[in-house]
Design a protein around this ligand. Structure first.
Ligand code: G3D
Ligand code: MG
Length: 176
């Protein structure tokens, strides 16, 4: 019997790492009757089939825009989040180093830990790549997260990043 889940997920990471590009690519790439992009709002909605868990997930993907500095915005951004993508740009080391901050802010705001997937984005920019696969994977291992390398530009592994997060979120609620 397939199960239905609804999860709020948050896009975490420094400016210009590709959070909005990944969100748009994921939510607009595959049109189906359940597809809905919430215009002018903070989130996009996408329904995902997860065959490996015999489940359907309605994901509400929250993406912070320019108002990141305001504490009240951040509280409502994190409230109720069940998982997140921790995104960095492989061409900028600073964005990789800052992942710890984003992780801490999310956990502190929620007063608990939530499943996260580390996403190394912009792998199409191979010539300007600074952070290696090994470093990215090592960091993900250390914080107990899975690791995906993506390009919002080409679409490579964008679906995988979100689907992987779906699987972990489903496991986190069903393994109790
Ligand atoms: P943010 O939402 O994290 O702030 P954006 O980041 O999604 O706005 O992306 C910032 C810039 O990086 C954008 O370029 C976007 O097109 C680009 N970008 C995002 N993902 C990728 C990727 O995988 N590969 C490449 N090459 N570029 C990417 P502009 O020029 O529009 O500012
Ligand atoms: Mg953005």
């Amino acid at each position: 019997m397939p199960s239905e889940f609804r999860f709020k997920v948050v896009m975490l990471g420094d400016g210009a790492v590709g959070k909005t590009a990944l969100t748009l690519r994921f939510t607009q790439d595959h049109f189906d009757s359940d597809y809905k992009r919430t215009i002018g709002s903070d989130f996009a909605i996408k329904r995902v089939e997860v065959p490996s868990r015999k489940a359907s997930v309605t994901m509400q993907v929250w993406d912070l825009a320019g108002q990141q500095r305001f504490e009240v915005v951040r509280q409502s951004f994190y409230r109720g989040a069940r998982g997140g993508l921790l995104v960095f740009d492989v061409t900028r080391r600073r964005t990789f180093i800052n992942l710890d901050r984003w992780r801490e802010e999310a956990f502190n705001s929620l007063n608990r830990e939530i499943p996260l997937v580390v996403v190394a984005n912009k792998i199409d920019l191979a010539d300007s790549r600074i952070v290696s696969t090994e470093e990215g994977r090592e960091y993900a291992d250390r914080i107990g997260s899975l690791y995906v390398e993506s390009s919002a530009l080409t679409g490579e592994n964008v679906e995988e990043a979100f689907t992987t997060l779906c699987e972990i979120m489903i496991d986190s609620v069903t393994e109790k």
